[in-house]
Design a protein around this ligand. Structure first.
Ligand SMILES: CSCCC(=O)C(=O)COP(=O)(O)O
Ligand code: MG
Length: 217
């Protein structure tokens, strides 16, 4: 497989799903009430876009159902920033993914449902030895549902390729989600399935070019 750029999903690909579901989401949920009474203008502007009476209940429901909602994802980025900055959160990026990003001979881009702000925080505070490692200088660009659309639609991948100024076929997208791989494939990208401990089992995984480790690239 030859490619000129690589596009990586986050959850279930470069870090475990359990980090998002058992660390990031609970951290956010604990702050929902404080968030809803925040006087911060950016937070207030985002909250006002939820056209519901029970904003706090609505937000909790979105998190519980793991809805990839643009407003929610921006609010999560704002809340997680405090957790990363005061050392409560460190991102457990897989060792093989760290090694791959460090040694990649092609530019590395990220595409996640998490906001670009949340993505940058995750790569700034990568758990490493007894401290953290900042991988941001090695990441060429970030895409989210706000910049590029939802990850299960092929148009999103067409737009990303246009933004990177590359032919879709010259980009390799790796994700744990076959629906995302189908969408990227329809846009002409090459794809691989990330198979990691704790990921949902994928029917017919062999047809998606599965890898369990970035050393296999
Ligand atoms: C950027 S870290 C937060 C991850 C997140 O909120 C999420 O929904 C994960 O989605 P992904 O597209 O990375 O599978
Ligand atoms: Mg994923």
């Amino acid at each position: 497989m030859t490619y000129a750029a690589i596009l990586l999903d986050i959850e279930g690909t470069v870090c475990p799903i359990s980090f998002v579901k058992e660390v990031l989401f609970p951290f956010f949920l604990k702050q929902v009430d404080a968030l809803c009474s925040s006087q911060d203008p950016q937070v207030q502007r985002l909250l006002s876009q939820f056209e519901v009476e029970d904003v706090s209940g609505h937000i909790r429901g979105l998190v519980e159902r793991d809805v990839k909602d643009q407003i929610l994802k921006q609010l999560q980025g704002i809340v997680w920033e405090n957790g990363y900055k005061d050392g409560q959160i460190k991102a457990p990026v897989y060792g093989d993914a760290i090694k791959f990003i460090k040694n990649s001979r092609v530019p590395v881009f990220i595409y996640s449902s998490g906001s670009v702000k949340a993505q940058k925080l995750l790569f700034q505070y990568v758990e490493f030895s007894d401290g953290t490692l900042d991988l941001r200088p090695l990441i060429k660009g970030y895409f989210d549902i706000n910049t590029s659309g939802v990850k299960t639609q092929s148009d999103s991948y067409t737009k990303i390729a246009q933004d990177v100024v590359i032919k879709p076929h010259d980009m390799l997208f790796i994700s744990d989600n076959p629906l995302e791989l189908d969408a990227a494939n329809s846009a002409g990208m090459q794809t691989m399935l990330a198979v990691r401990p704790g990921n949902s089992e994928v029917e017919d995984a062999s047809k998606y070019n599965p890898i369990t480790n970035f050393d296999q690239l």
